[in-house]
Design a protein around this ligand. Structure first.
Ligand SMILES: *Cc1c(COP(=O)(O)O)cnc(C)c1O
Length: 396
């Protein structure tokens, strides 16, 4: 008999969302636009401490709008973290621009300031500075924003902060996503809070956000008839989904606590196994621990990443490798890439050793124990069969 499925990260409704949906139906505000959209935008600005926000159909749409607002066009360059989901970089291609990928650094797993500095120096000498840098905060961890901002400011290049995974995280006391010229959140089904699908573009530049709303609704000019002077998009969030978002936002803090507790339980249960290292938490940050991720040193543990993933999947537990760096993707094989330093490729190493564990805020303690037991069983089974393991890392 197959065991019940344990998923990586499932939507977690608070139970009050239905009320907002009903209200939208009763007042017939089913359109993209409406009171929930306005209220959701306002509530998110208050929550994260930013001047303005535009609710859109996805995080990807928000990144696309940010690039449009920064006038990224054909043949321009845009720097982007290499260690991320493809959605961070696809909008660069929508604009016909060239992505340049920047490696991670070991303390945050996010963009390496050293690699960024090298890339900027070279681009500056070649006279082709990027129009923007997309800095991604992976698995809820903030990037080293102070260092990255200092470099970008020196070259006068704006940052788009892809905080799709880091809503609820703080860096030096300030909300993740609020450090760049633009910030992007996602409310996709697997994210820390969800509207089933949706996103938010935030900025302290209220004019830019006003323009984002204009571009996101087909760039319709002020005129009694339908008049358009430029290309627009159909990217606004629906009023129904914004109602879901408003309720979800009310439980964001609970969701962060829940995911942080899940991380703690995994840490208690697994950190003493040989070769296992959890994603560190950057100093002066409080991360949302969207997904608990760890790296496995195959030599120290005697267990391979493949064996670990297979063991979990055989138990009907969804565990995944971490994101495959974009510079390794066939889609971006022509793009340039800057490693962390010298011959040190941090994102590549994370990719070959990293694993994401089930981390949904609705994961039960029992289910989590099942995950831990499965991993510990595998380690002890392999330990019995290999003399290498019996020697252990401490005795070698
Ligand atoms: C989910 C995600 C996105 C895209 O958000 P969507 O709402 O799914 O379009 C972008 N970047 C990262 C890092 C993500 O995890």
């Amino acid at each position: 008999m197959t065991k019940p499925r344990i998923n990586l990260s499932l939507p977690h409704m608070s139970g009050r969302e239905q009320q907002y949906i009903n209200e939208a139906f009763e007042t017939n505000w089913i359109a993209p636009l409406g009171p929930n959209v306005d209220a959701f935008e306002k509530e998110i600005t208050e929550k994260v401490g930013v001047k303005d926000a535009a609710a859109v159909s996805s995080g990807t749409a928000a990144i696309h709008l940010a690039l449009s607002l920064l006038n990224v066009t054909k043949d321009d360059y845009v720097f982007c973290s290499t260690f991320t989901f493809v959605a961070s970089a696809n909008p660069i291609l929508y604009q016909g621009a060239n992505p340049v990928f920047i490696d991670s650094e070991p303390e945050s797993w996010n963009m390496s300031p050293q690699a960024l500095e090298r890339a900027m120096q070279e681009a500056s000498l070649a006279g082709r500075l990027p129009k923007a840098v997309i800095v991604v905060n992976l698995y809820g961890q903030s990037s080293k924003m102070d260092e990255l901002l200092e470099i970008c400011d020196a070259y006068d290049v704006p940052i788009i902060e892809d905080a799709a995974e880091s809503l609820g995280t703080t860096y030096k006391g300030k909300a993740s996503g609020t450090f760049g010229k633009f910030g992007v959140y996602s409310f996709n089904g697997n994210k820390i809070i969800t509207t089933s699908g949706g996103g938010m573009l935030i900025s302290n530049d209220t004019e830019a956000i006003k323009r984002a709303r204009f571009l996101a609704s087909q760039a319709r000019d002020q005129a009694p008839h339908y008049q358009h002077s430029m290309v627009g998009f159909n990217y606004r969030m629906s009023n129904i989904l914004a109602g879901v978002g408003r309720t979800q936002l009310q439980v964001l803090d609970d969701r962060v606590s829940a995911r942080r507790s899940i991380y703690e339980i995994y840490y208690q249960g697994l950190a003493n196994l040989p070769g296992i290292t959890f994603m560190p938490e950057l100093e002066e940050t409080r991360m949302n621990r969207w997904l608990t991720t760890l790296t496995l040193n195959e030599e120290e543990s005697g267990v391979t990443v493949k064996q670990l993933l297979t063991a979990l999947n055989n138990e009907n537990i969804e565990a995944r490798p971490v994101w495959k760096p974009l510079h390794m993707q066939p889609l971006f094989k022509e793009s340039s890439y800057y490693p962390h330093q010298g011959n040190e490729h941090v994102a590549e190493r994370l990719f070959t050793t990293g694993i994401c564990l089930p981390s949904g805020s609705n994961l039960t303690v029992d289910d989590q124990q099942r995950v831990i037991r499965c991993i510990r069983d595998l380690f002890s089974k392999i330990g019995e069969n290999t003399s290498y393991f019996i020697l252990g890392k401490h005795e070698v």
